[in-house]
Design a binder for this molecule. Structure first.
Ligand code: GLN
Length: 539
């Protein structure tokens, strides 16, 4: 194939309609037909990346192998496609303006007035095309964040208008995702918001080629015809996206609606036989027919917004299906766990995970959860901060290091068992300066994590500033808490494992970023297995 084809996905009527899932589902179908596909997210906010955003603002910050801090939709893309994304897959308005302003300061614009059109739109177009030209994909799907009509998304819509014209109709198309609300009082589905949203797009010079309509109830032929008529779209390009029980069902729902075939025909690409989705369907079958059920507590401080833990939640879905087990994940606020109520909060759990996080709030609740898991032989999985609090708890309660802590929380602690990384000591700027992206990790043989991975060398993604303080490693190992994974280049501790416990593992990295439907992360799979064993031993 010589030319890359570009698909733009816009959203109308309301936010949160699931543009990311529709993008990922279409990409999955095209991939299953043999095309090399990638998905890009354009975010209209002014932060350069979401790394500096509080999880309450924007949900989880997803980290790519190359160390980009990105939108959580990139997690969906990877979970659906099993192909890594990179910095190029997520672009924000902040990043666009930063490049344009840097160019202006260098004098690259040769005395011209720098304007939204053409300079900002040119930079947007350059970033969209980069994925096709540099990374050689057959199809690039670009999801435009926000909702049509927002002031912030205007330059993006304008860039789409220009690109559609430049690339031509066989090389580009626009899919517009909207909502068809159901009015219970009259028992009707309403198409007016969709009509208005398409009008808003038309006012900006963009005619959508395909409409995907989110709906609670099935759309009649009449409704499809009506929408097609009002929006200048042929009826076969009006696609229903009805609510389904899991996001992983959406590719099959889109296949049923022939979204992939419609797209390929419009882009004048060959339509092969059916997409190859055997493994995907196998996963869905296991997901929907679990043989057992367990309850795992996810202890964190952003639990009011489950999106803050998106990748962890999805990793349990993948690992649960692999174990043919339904994992009921209970989100527990660490600030609400204290000495007088921890039993009541934690006793119903068969496994405990302490989540990543930053700062002091809720830290003692996390330490109590670790202590309870360690003392009662309950499978424990600590991720990033969850590993660090496991180390602090062990130092205090097993090694007898009173007031041991991470220097992130108490700078003057007498036992800084978790300390700032050497390379972080001169860092003053917050944005993009953590230890980010994939680093190698060597696993020690004869450990539980080794039997989970089944290999010595692995690579995992990171996002942190603090680390295990190696000065204390001998004390920990003598007492049975060993470094089961080490960075071979720097000797940083990547995994701690308590050898005196049925399954107690803390990892400095983020396994949740690399778990996907077809390759669930081995540590999540093994943790769920340990939780099943624990719950069966209690029967
Ligand atoms: N706050 C800790 C650190 O920076 C842990 C970070 C995390 O959980 N992602 O090291």
């Amino acid at each position: 194939m010589t030319t890359t084809k570009y698909i733009f996905i816009t959203g109308g009527v309301t936010s949160s309609l699931g543009k990311g899932i529709i993008s990922a589902s279409l990409a999955k179908l095209l991939q299953a037909r043999g095309y090399a596909v990638t998905i890009q997210k354009l975010d209209p906010y002014i932060n350069v990346d979401p790394g500096t955003l509080n999880p309450y603002e924007h949900g989880e910050c997803y980290v790519t192998v190359d160390g980009a801090e990105t939108d959580l939709d990139l997690g969906h893309y990877e979970r659906f496609l099993s192909v890594p994304t990179t910095q190029a897959n997520n672009v924000t308005t902040g990043r666009i303006y930063q490049s344009v302003i840097n160019k202006e300061r260098r004098g690259d614009y040769l005395g011209k007035t720098v304007q939204v059109v053409p300079h900002i739109t040119d930079e947007i177009k350059r970033r969209i095309k980069l994925l096709g030209t540099q990374h050689k994909f057959d199809v690039v799907i670009t999801e435009i964040g926000g909702t049509v009509g927002d002031i912030e998304s205007l330059p993006y819509i304008e860039a789409v208008r220009q690109l559609k014209y430049e690339l031509g109709s066989s090389n580009s198309l626009v899919i517009h995702l909207t909502l068809v609300p159901y009015l219970a009082a009259t028992g009707e589905l309403k198409t007016k918001p969709t009509q208005h949203s398409v009008k808003a797009l038309l006012e900006n010079g963009v005619q959508p080629d395909i409409l995907v309509l989110r709906t609670e109830k099935s759309l009649s032929d009449d409704i499809r015809k009506k929408v097609g008529l009002f929006c200048n779209v042929d009826v076969s390009s009006v696609i229903e996206s009805i609510d389904v029980s899991t996001i992983y069902e959406v590719p099959l729902a889109m296949q049923k609606e022939k979204l992939d075939v419609t797209v390929l025909k419009k882009l004048q690409l060959p339509v092969s036989d059916a997409p190859k989705l055997t493994e995907w369907k196998e996963f869905l079958k296991k997901l929907k027919n679990p043989k057992r059920e367990v309850t795992i507590g996810l202890v964190g401080k952003y639990v009011e917004l489950p999106d803050a833990y998106k990748s962890i939640i999805e990793s349990f879905i993948h690992a649960g299906a692999r174990n043919e087990c339904k994992v009921n994940l209970k989100l527990i606020h660490s600030e609400e766990i204290n000495e007088s109520n921890f039993l009541e909060k934690l006793a119903p759990l068969q496994g405990i995970l302490v989540a990543p996080g930053f700062g002091e709030r809720g830290i003692e609740g996390k330490i109590l959860a670790v202590k309870y898991a360690r003392e009662n032989g309950i499978p424990y999985f600590g991720i990033c901060l969850g590993m660090q609090v496991a180390v602090v708890e062990f130092a205090r309660n097993v090694l007898g290091f009173a007031n041991a802590h991470s220097t992130e929380m108490v700078r003057s602690t007498p036992y800084p068992v978790i300390d700032l990384m050497e390379q972080q000591k001169g860092v003053t700027e917050k944005g993009g300066t953590m230890r980010l992206g994939a680093y190698p990790c060597n696993i020690k043989e004869k450990t539980k994590v080794f039997s989970a991975y089944g290999k010595i060398e692995t690579s995992e993604r990171h996002r942190h500033r603090y680390e295990f303080n190696n000065e204390y490693l001998c004390d920990f190992e003598k007492a049975g808490m060993i470094a089961a994974g080490i960075n071979p280049e720097t000797n940083l501790v990547e995994i701690m494992e308590n050898t005196k416990h049925p399954w107690f593992v803390g990892v400095q990295f983020h396994p949740e970023y690399s778990s996907n439907v077809l390759n669930p992360h081995p540590l999540f799979v093994d943790f769920v297995k340990a939780v099943i064993q624990y719950s069966e031993s209690k029967k």
